[in-house]
Design a protein around this ligand. Structure first.
Ligand code: GN1
Ligand code: MG
Length: 342
């Protein structure tokens, strides 16, 4: 006998905790959003390849405990997912006992998250990124995201267009700067690697002693750049408020947290960190909240077709929060650069 409890923290897929007769959660059941992921079999192929590789590396030099990654359960005919008659894609993962956080509560959680993401990227560096599918093209490409924004501005309903006036101006005043950051971060001297691409705080699981016990959400596992994973992680792990917080007067970066996260994250990746890569890390701390805020604003202008929202202005509130982080990162840029060059 199973019971199902919906988990609402993700913004895209529908996720359920599956409980057995003893009321213990035993699996995570997910319905993958085919409006966002256009080729789910390729998403699943990436995930299976990564899980198999990590299992094969346990006990070797690139030691990464496979228990930190959920296992994929198989259908009777051996597939890692199933498609129901209505065309929906479903998959089932083993459950890792742990809790997710929307905001970090202490320095230990920050450092654990940094170590976990850094070690994960290190073990992935043993894989050839070019053998993995691009599950969402131009995912962190600001030029593409600006094109989507410009189109949304043209098609937006007048009320939403008006309500977003100040935030639209912020985009237009700063767009050139972040196109330059993008060009620098992705210049040919920075190699691509297989990366997570969604390194938010809530994709780490913690035990009751604040030890990191799992990494989840591999839908955007694909070739990319360490800098984007670094900046995307800082965006939620080192922010003083969570992404949904409307009180932006309180929204800033905690520099001690950036320091703790950076040490944990960069340690395992040392051999890859050229001077230019470190500079790209500093740039990404403002770049990622600019990109995420832009995507949230675009979705607001498009009437909330992409992210799950709980109320009409939700995407606008998220965008305002992210753009405050952009301003804070710019104001702290020299402190941030010193931390990264420790
Ligand atoms: C989405 O679904 P979720 O919560 O893991 C989004 C990320 C954003 C995030 C913002 C495929 O992630 O890019 O960072 O929301 N994922 C996709 O919280 O668009
Ligand atoms: Mg995700």
């Amino acid at each position: 006998v199973y019971a199902f409890r919906q988990i609402t923290s993700g913004h895209i897929n529908n996720t359920f905790a599956v409980q057995g007769s003893n009321n213990q959660t035993c699996y995570i059941l997910q319905n993958v959003d085919s409006k966002v992921f256009h080729n789910i079999p390729e998403v699943m192929e990436n995930i299976e390849k990564m899980i198999t590789f990590i299992a094969s590396k346990s006990g070797t030099a690139k030691n990464f405990n496979p228990g930190l990654i959920p296992q994929l359960l198989r259908t009777k005919d051996g597939s890692g997912y199933c498609v129901t008659e209505d065309g929906n894609y479903w998959r089932l993962f083993s459950y890792i006992e742990g809790r997710t956080l929307e905001s970090t509560e202490n320095a230990q959680q920050v450092s654990e998250a940094g170590q976990l993401y850094g070690q994960f990227l290190y073990v992935l560096s043993g894989l050839d990124a070019s053998e993995f599918h691009i599950t969402i093209k131009d995912f962190h490409n600001i030029k593409f995201r600006l094109t989507q924004f410009d189109q949304a501005c043209e098609e937006a309903n007048p009320d939403r267009f008006e309500a977003s006036s100040a935030l639209r101006s912020f985009v237009n005043e700063n767009r050139k700067r972040y196109i330059e950051s993008f060009e620098f971060i992705t210049a040919p001297d920075k190699p691509t690697h297989l990366v997570h691409n969604d390194t938010k705080l809530s994709n780490i699981l913690f035990d009751t002693h604040d030890k990191g016990v799992g990494i989840i959400d591999f839908d955007t596992l694909m070739p990319g750049y360490f800098a984007f994973d670094y900046g995307d992680a800082i965006r939620t792990i080192c922010s003083t408020t969570n992404e949904d917080d409307a009180n932006i007067a309180d929204t800033s970066f905690n520099l001690n947290y950036i320091d703790g996260f950076t040490k944990g994250f960069t340690q395992p990746l040392k051999e890859f960190l050229s001077e230019n890569t470190l500079v790209s890390f500093s740039l990404s701390i403002a770049y990622m909240p600019f990109l995420m805020g832009l995507r949230m604003l675009t979705d607001f202008l498009n009437n909330d077709v992409y992210y799950h929202v709980a109320y009409p202005d939700h995407n606008l509130v998220r965008c305002r929060n992210q753009f405050k982080l952009v301003q804070e990162a710019e104001a702290m840029s020299s402190e941030i650069s010193n931390i990264i060059h420790y």
